[in-house]
Design a protein around this ligand. Sequence first.
Ligand code: GLY
Ligand code: MN
Ligand code: MN
Length: 434
Amino acid sequence: MDIQVFTDRRARLLKAMGRGIAVIPTAPERVRNRDSHYPYRHDSYFYYLSGFAEPEACVVLVAGDAPRSLLFCREKDAEREVWDGFRHGPAAAREAFRFDEAFPIGSLDAILAELLAGQPVLHYSMGHDTDWDDRLVAALNSVRANVRNGARAPAEIRDVRVELDEMRLIKDAYEIADMRRAAAISAAAHCRAMRAAAPGRFEYEIEAELMHEFRRCGAQAPAYAPIVAGGANACILHYVGNSQSLRDGDLLLIDAGCEVDSYAADITRTFPVNGKFSPAQRDVYELVLAAQRAAIAEIAPGKPWDAPHEAAVRVLAQGMLDLKLLSGSLDGVVESGAYRRFYMHRTGHWLGMDVHDAGEYKIGGAWRPLTPGMTLTVEPGCYIRAAADVPRALWNIGVRIEDNALVTTGGCEILTDAAPISIDDIEALMAQRG
Ligand code: GLY
Ligand code: MN
Ligand code: MN
């Protein structure tokens, strides 16, 4: 990504702040056990403003007539670099990431206490990370301890995420390019999974195919723990055990997407393990697909956030009546929420650096209107557990279909449409298996 994008974002935030100082730390490294760590993932807000992926770093912005943008990061360390690899160090980081100034992270506390003095507002995400909260409180208190020398600590703390969330909600061309790559790789991984599935194979084998395609294509990581759920497991919304064998006659639900240069894709496809939908599976699949089409038709500038969900719910509820899962009238089952027994989640969420991305869904109590540059998922589903009052042929059928949409001036663009979605296309792809 062009480094200018990050300097422009800092300039935008500085302008929006008006006055005061912003402190935006990156994420801590997390221990898995003893001296083994989880794979490191930077904080999304920090990276959005810096493009800097090393741990132990913090952006500090000082607004005003002469705005300043500071980076604190690890120092060069020849010994540690032998073990852990390259570190920029402040001088090279300042140059490469175009900060006005850069300092060793070890000097942050002292410099912060100086920078906070006299500032009217501290822009910071209080409550996000308690270690950083303690650090900020200590810096504020050290300014307050100096009050008799005329020092004054910020009287106000504002959540810096409010402004950043609004910025992150509308994706720029660079972000959309990354999301297209994440979408394309994730769609290819779903195709690979469809080709690999067969009765007797294990869910984890299919998970391995997804991971293989992600990494083979250059994605850094899965964007979230993949769900590979055969048969009844598809009715467990967050099933991530991926440990069971796949059975002839069952469906397989896969919810998996990768992260490319910090941007996520989030795709779900549901298909038959043996390559052919049964009549009952077909009925439920076509219903969910119709709900998804109805939802996508509601994604356009000016439409409220909830319009796709409302459209999907009406289609699904009517289908549940037709399939004898529910009884009564359409308005009745929508108003009572009876449909939630089989469709208990919402139809989408913002998507971006985080799979459930930053951004408010309501403004002043009303669902916010969709705007070009927003990216969201469209993911209706229908999950039918075995129960005495449910038609036997539908037991344990769980279907979700999830795509990623970019709001455009004319409506929306589906970023993930390279993953087969129609019954004919899925069966044709699976028929090519060896
Ligand atoms: N994969 C997480 C979700 O669909 O929201
Ligand atoms: Mn999703
Ligand atoms: Mn998903």
